[in-house]
Design a protein around this ligand. Structure first.
Ligand code: 5GP
Length: 202
């Protein structure tokens, strides 16, 4: 299991797609109560469901994890994930820190590697968010505030990666996954990350 989390706008969705294609990872498809964006395909990007359906899934204990993010509910159903893992297949999750914590705490019998993706600076993040489909300034401001809170959760992840350049970022993640699997040497500079976090939170 590989979890990729990041504050909104750090480029995680593209990374998940790259990893799934090149490293043979099944992308876990989440359920959400949020409405689809124009570019999104139902049952591929998400299972879009209403609040009642989501509550039923909670009641029936179908979720491996679920959380409220930006006023919407998001969750990962257990069965499809466990079925794939049992077959020896890899699964990658694009979920937030709350979901990552829940999966970590379940201590399942499958190897888990967690990554937290960060933008190179607050300025770059602001630009990325402003250029997205969310042109609304209020939403951008809200997500910037959310960023300051989310970033504090970096400490609970195995690795923090700065997404300065998508190809390099992908390679770093790729190499760390390989090193974890083969118990190889890891190219990871914790001190650099610590300083980067200081810069982002100052
Ligand atoms: P978006 O609405 O932009 O697709 O996603 C918003 C946030 O929800 C992202 O941080 C994404 O990783 C997170 N998210 C998506 N699916 C899930 C899920 O199943 N569980 C949890 N905990 N977070 C999710």
């Amino acid at each position: 299991m590989v979890i990729l989390s990041s504050p909104s706008g750090a480029g995680k969705t593209t990374l998940v797609k790259l990893l799934s294609k090149n490293k043979n990872f099944n992308i876990s498809i989440s359920h959400t109560t949020r409405k689809p964006r124009p570019s999104e395909v139902p049952n591929k990007d998400y299972y879009f469901v209403d609040h009642n359906k989501f509550e039923n899934l909670i009641k029936n204990e179908e979720f491996l994890e679920y959380a409220k993010v930006f006023n919407h509910l998001y969750g990962t159903t257990r069965t499809p994930v466990i079925e794939k893992l049992e077959k020896g297949e890899n699964v990658i999750f694009d979920i937030d820190w709350q979901g990552a914590d829940q999966i970590k705490n379940k201590k399942l019998n499958y190897k888990l590697i967690t990554f937290f993706i960060l933008p190179p600076s607050k300025e770059v993040l602001f630009k990325r968010l402003s250029n997205r489909d969310m042109k609304d300034k209020l939403i951008v401001d809200e997500r910037m505030k959310e960023f300051s809170r989310d970033v504090l959760h970096w400490i609970n992840y195995d690795y923090v990666i700065v997404n300065d350049n998508l190809d390099e970022c992908y390679l770093k993640i790729n190499n760390l996954i390989d090193a974890e699997i083969n118990s190889g040497s890891k190219d990871y500079d914790k001190e650099y990350i610590r300083k980067h976090i200081e810069k982002l939170t100052s």
